[in-house]
Design a protein around this ligand. Structure first.
Ligand code: PMP
Length: 300
């Protein structure tokens, strides 16, 4: 097995030796931000978009990342190269850094920057072929004026609780509605529905992350000719959809065939979902920052 290297504050250390202080406010308070990024066939998919989201999250929580976006882009590429992985999952974390035991972030003088490159499998292959069952959980999505779900913060307890509720219900993912009862997203994925050939996804102001995969699917829909509507909908609308699917960097595109005991459409991954999944797979093979060649961006 190849050795894994983790970038930590200016150097690469072996995975087994990568340690963070117990006084880091990312650990103590979830005070920080992160990104999950995927490498396909040596291409880092939409790296720029992930970094823009990271820097926007940082701005929102008044965290100054000690690198420019361009420097960070180079560091991520270097981390992929160092690990010699052509298909990988990158976890980029920037925490407030080491402080004292109090909450006050002004005690943290240097943000911690960590880049992990490893492999990830979220769902078994059969689930991509047969589709997922999901349930709606009692936990609501964080309200945007408390902790905005657009911030990809290290404070993921809202999502973790939802995952626990999904586990307890014996399903792989769960649907979260917002405080007003509108569909928001899932614990780690955005949601789409399809009805009479039209693709729907909730607007992110309802309480969802601005998913990079979500945007990739919207782009594909525009290109291949599906109408996409970003509009609010309820659980009822989900139940009576022809198709439902989820999107996320780790999950990619996965069909949902049952929601709260209601069979969706025919109970099998539908044609639009399958079409979009195959277009997505084609896209990720060609688009992205080429990690193992000279640093160029290509748009497929
Ligand atoms: N929503 C949440 C809560 C997430 O954590 C994620 C990322 N795993 C997504 C949506 C999907 O976003 P992306 O496509 O950028 O991975």
């Amino acid at each position: 097995m190849e050795e894994r290297w983790v970038y930590m504050d200016g150097e690469f250390v072996k995975k087994e030796e990568a340690r963070i202080s117990v006084f880091d406010h990312g650990f103590l308070y979830g005070d920080g931000i992160f990104e999950g990024i995927r490498v396909y066939n040596g291409n880092i998919f939409r790296l720029r978009e992930h970094l823009v989201r990271l820097y926007e999250s940082a701005k929102s929580i008044l965290l100054e990342i000690p690198h420019t976006l361009e420097e960070m882009e180079k560091l991520v590429v270097e981390a992929v190269r160092k690990n010699k992985l052509r298909d990988a999952y990158i976890r980029l974390v920037v925490s407030r850094g080491v402080g004292d035991l109090g909450l006050d972030p002004t005690k943290c003088h240097k943000p911690s920057v960590v880049i992990i490159v490893d492999q990830v499998t979220l769902y078994a292959k059969e689930l991509y072929e047969n589709g997922l069952e999901i349930v709606t959980v009692p936990t609501r999505r964080n309200v945007p004026d408390a902790l905005n779900p657009k911030i990809k913060s290290l404070n993921y307890l809202n999502n973790v609780l939802v995952k626990i509720e999904a586990n307890r219900a014996g399903v792989g993912e769960a649907l979260m509605v917002n405080a007003d009862g509108y569909v928001a997203e899932c614990s780690g994925d955005n949601i789409f529905t399809v009805k009479r050939g039209v693709v729907y996804t909730p607007p992110t102001y309802l309480g969802a992350l601005e998913g990079i995969t979500r945007q990739a699917i919207i782009d594909i829909c525009d290109r291949v000719g599906y109408t996409v509507k970003e509009e609010p909908f309820t659980r009822h609308d989900v139940y009576v959809s022809d198709e439902v699917f989820l999107t996320g960097t780790a999950a990619e595109v996965i069909a949902v065939v049952n929601v709260d005991g209601r069979t969706i459409g025919s109970g099998k991954p539908g044609p639009v979902t399958q079409h979009l999944l195959s277009e997505f797979r084609k896209l990720v093979e060609v688009e992205g920052v080429k990690a193992f060649e000279s640093m160029t961006r290509s748009v497929g």
